[in-house]
Design a protein around this ligand. Structure first.
Ligand SMILES: Nc1ncnc2c1ncn2[C@@H]1O[C@H](COP(=O)(O)OP(=O)(O)OP(=O)(O)O)[C@@H](O)[C@H]1O
Ligand SMILES: Nc1ncnc2c1ncn2[C@@H]1O[C@H](COP(=O)(O)OP(=O)(O)OP(=O)(O)O)[C@@H](O)[C@H]1O
Ligand SMILES: [Mg+2]
Ligand SMILES: [Mg+2]
Lengths: 257, 257
């Protein structure tokens, strides 16, 4: 029933958190139930919805390291935002060493998610900018992975490596893993560079690329100040419209390869 | 003789690599000798100077995991750019597990740098967007740490945590570690938001903050395409002038606390 989408991109600052929050919120607006799991020790997603990570009693960290924990105990409902969130905490940074050497450490999240997979239409996993154990867990538990690519050269160069990891996860631990799509983000209309990188993305990844483009709009950066998705504080802004468009596109297309 | 500066900021995409490259290049222009160590498995710095990480025979990875390796064997001189670089490689991502449990694993880089510390006026260490073993090594071996802060809320919120880690490193492994300065980056003049975050940065960190601000200029993103620092492909652009200004400021101020 529920679809689990990992939002992964190891290049930093490419719009993963912004995409989880605003795509998630736009799907809620169409009547879907959405949970977002903040899997980044920096807890940007958590902070962006007004939750203070230091005041979180049970975070995704507990879920991963305590075999007796239940992920349901960590879910925070945000009725005004119509979203649910599993918050993060900086202790999550220790997971790599806490689970080191443990058999089956790539599938810890997968096992825990089984308990709630059918409680939501969509479960987004906001990944940190790394390719370590946290991202491996996200990819091992996801039905599909959505890859935001900032329309700049460095992000584009790095995608090959991410796709290798995805293939490896598919072979070793999660054969059904698909690519939900590649999302061009932070496209700066004022520059030729974004256009060139966007064309390279289209040429390299063809049908995998969402038609919807998320352009650069400073309104997004205000999100954490308002502590809500853009469709609450600027619902008719171009940025809000673009994520609504993306939500429509997600609902209508089959997950590709 | 040589000064080692770690450029660290765990929030992604905040200008660490761009600062290492362009501040480094601007210092070269004043006659200083500069080495940049790419400590990020994504190898953005390496790629930005036209080196293909996949063709690198000896990278910083070898230096960290092979006790018999000599960092001098990894240095690539780039005479046209007047810079030297120790390249990275994606295998660096495995260092966390390769050095897990090894006594003294926080000071591996420190020991290796001793051999070349006096060969350069400045050694910059480009850090990945994490707070793991690689960044710990960088902070444990540095004389000072330069912290780029993108003028947006999420980056500002995260700085406290980074400063906690710096204090911890100072207490446990590197008492002389200072803060070189806090650098406001990617300041978007078109928005009130950058101004507000910049003021919060000034109020919170006072004298630690460089007076020089690096504004948002799309010319920076072209860097990896030209495979050179901005003062080579756009030497009279505002962005190039700002990093030259920063180099002057660095040379004239005492490293603060
Ligand atoms: N389309 C956009 N236009 C302008 N700013 C944006 C856009 N998308 C995101 N931002 C801003 O850019 C910064 C980085 O975005 P975000 O935190 O979503 O990236 P990320 O990939 O999750 O970063 P990290 O790698 O650190 O997890 C944030 O301050 C965010 O508000
Ligand atoms: N002042 C600036 N104005 C506009 N673009 C910039 C500026 N500084 C950096 N950029 C661009 O923003 C992107 C991110 O910058 P950069 O790679 O230097 O950040 P980073 O902190 O090293 O990222 P990561 O966390 O992934 O290592 C790059 O494409 C870069 O060219
Ligand atoms: Mg994020
Ligand atoms: Mg970088």
């Amino acid at each position: 029933m529920g679809k689990i989408i990992a939002v992964a991109q190891h290049k930093g600052g490419t719009g993963k958190t912004t995409t989880c929050l605003n795509l998630g919120a736009s799907l809620c607006d169409t009547g879907k139930t959405v949970l977002i799991i903040d899997l980044d020790p920096q807890a940007s997603l958590t902070v962006s919805v007004g939750i203070n990570p230091l005041q979180v009693k049970k975070s995704i960290h507990h879920v991963l390291v305590d075999p007796n924990s239940d992920i349901k105990d960590t879910i925070i409902q945000l009725p005004t935002l119509n979203l649910s969130v599993v918050p993060s905490h900086m202790d999550l940074a220790m997971v790599e060493s806490e689970l080191a050497g443990k058999i089956g450490r790539e599938k810890v999240l997968f096992k825990k998610l089984a308990a709630i997979k059918d409680d939501f239409d969509y479960i987004f996993i906001d990944c940190p900018p790394t390719l370590g154990l946290l991202v491996v867990n996200a990819l091992a538990s996801a039905d599909s992975v959505l890859i935001p690519i900032q329309c700049e050269p460095l992000t584009f160069y790095g995608v090959k490596h991410l796709l290798q990891i995805i293939n490896l996860i598919r072979e070793e631990v999660n054969p059904p893993l698909k690519i939900e799509g590649i999302l061009r983000t932070m496209y700066d209309r004022r520059t030729k560079l974004s256009e060139e990188v966007s064309e390279s993305i289209m040429q390299t990844f063809g049908d995998l690329v969402f038609s919807t483009i998320i352009y650069r709009h400073i309104k997004f950066a205000e999100g954490p100040v308002h502590e809500m998705p853009i469709n609450f504080y600027a619902s008719r802004s171009p940025g809000a419209l673009e994520y609504r468009e993306l939500a429509k596109e997600l609902l209508t297309h089959e997950t590709k390869k």
